[in-house]
Ligand binder design. Structure first.
Ligand SMILES: Cc1ncc(COP(=O)(O)O)c(C=O)c1O
Length: 396
């Protein structure tokens, strides 16, 4: 994927472009040449690097964020008959992880401005059967972790966060992943840090971390991953029903190479988001994403740039706006189609848009614009010019 250029003028902008180069090839080659491609040294190195970055005590690499969330919930004993309070404004993974344990997801409407759950609305849905909260830091905008932590403590439930978008997000000077009972990150292809497919659990509780590690590899006794190496033993015990959720060294190699550049990736994302905000603030039919209070030590990871339409000022709806943007060869997406519009969830949990007016309205307004470390300034300007022209053409 690459933006097409003609006579130096931008004529297309892809939705996503990877930042891979020599570092990635070298690290992966090194792993292949080592002869050890499954979970091992490189996975451990990635876990340690990210734990250090987050200021977290324990990290466990997994094959996805979905599995990382499932591990958090199952390792804390959540099971059929229990409830987990969560958001419908997310990818299905958040609910899948809950459903895999047999527990029931209980949905709360989001805050219309931030698109995140609020502790106040969440508190309304906590009942006798609630065992955990599983909110999402949408797009990389931090949840109010102080109030969520207080709420979880007062209701004696666990606070887990879906941090799929939030590697790089800070909340009041602390990195997301170092607050609460456990966080789950995604290293999916388009995430801020990628291993192609992958994820990670972060927690501050040693026993909980040990249990998660055990469950992540078939419930096999400690060190079983080394059983084929010279220093390992063929003998192992399976003490629990576990899962096949471990990360391989091959995958971790890509993450290690990407991680070396992570700070610079985040700076570039922040600069790109600022340029979008600056350009788009000229158009009164556009609503900009909420930014956190930097002075309080909170930051946005800018995983996604969620532009919103002021539909009362436009003669076209979001879907028509997207058709117009496509004419400029701009790759866009929509985050998210809420779960009450997904037939499986709507049917099984009798969800309707009316139950979630904020999520429904936000969904009607949102368009995700291209945002990645290597997006060029001229590409951002091209996207914003296109948005401005469409706004002008269809202004009410
Ligand atoms: C909010 C959210 N949670 C979880 C996931 C799942 O991540 P993974 O693909 O690593 O399982 C995604 C993926 O896009 C996501 O957007």
């Amino acid at each position: 994927m690459s933006g097409k250029k003609k006579n130096n003028a931008i004529t297309a902008v892809p939705f996503y472009r990877q930042s891979f180069g020599g570092d990635e090839y070298r690290e992966i080659k090194d792993t292949i040449q080592s002869g050890w491609v499954t979970t091992g040294k490189k996975t451990k190195m990635l876990e340690e690097a990210i734990a250090g970055y987050l200021g977290s005590k324990y990290t466990i690499a997994t094959n996805s964020c979905t599995s990382a969330m499932h591990l958090l919930l199952s390792a804390s004993g959540i099971k059929a008959g229990d409830e987990v309070v969560t958001t419908p404004y997310t990818f299905a993974s958040t609910s899948e992880a809950i459903l895999y344990t047999g527990a029931k997801p209980v949905y709360v409407d989001i805050d219309y401005e931030t698109l995140n759950l609020t502790p106040e609305a969440t508190a309304q849905k906590i009942g006798r059967k609630t065992r955990a909260l599983l909110p999402v830091h949408i797009a990389g905008f931090p949840l109010d972790m102080t109030s969520f932590s207080k709420l979880a403590r007062s209701k004696k439930v666990k606070l887990f966060d879906d941090a799929a978008h939030a590697i790089g997000t800070s909340y009041k000077g602390k990195k997301i992943g170092s607050i609460g009972d456990g966080s789950a990150f995604s290293f999916y292809a388009t995430k801020n840090l990628t291993t192609g497919e992958g994820g990670m659990v972060s927690t501050q509780n040693k026993r909980f971390a040990e249990k998660i590690r055990l469950l992540s590899l078939h419930g096999m006794s400690k060190g079983a991953w080394k059983r084929y190496s010279a220093g390992g033993s063929w003998r192992y015990d399976i003490s629990e029903l576990g899962y096949k959720y471990n990360m391989s060294d091959l995958v971790a190699s890509l993450g290690l190479a990407q991680f070396k550049k992570f700070d610079s990736f985040q700076k570039k994302r922040t600069t790109a988001a600022a340029r979008y905000i600056d350009n788009l603030s000229n158009f009164d039919a556009i609503k900009l994403p909420t930014v956190p209070n930097i002075a309080s030590g909170s930051t946005h990871a800018w995983h996604l740039f969620l532009m919103r339409l002021r539909l009362d000022r436009l003669k076209i709806d979001r879907d028509q706006f997207i058709e117009e943007i496509k004419k400029y060869n701009i790759g866009i997406s929509v985050h998210f189609i809420p779960l009450f519009y997904q037939s499986y969830y709507a049917t099984r949990f009798k969800l309707t848009p009316k139950q979630f007016p904020n999520a429904d309205l936000a969904f009607q307004e949102v368009i995700t614009l291209p945002l990645y470390p290597d997006i060029k300034r001229a590409e951002i300007d091209y996207v914003c010019d296109a948005v401005g022209q469409i706004c002008k053409k269809y202004r009410r």
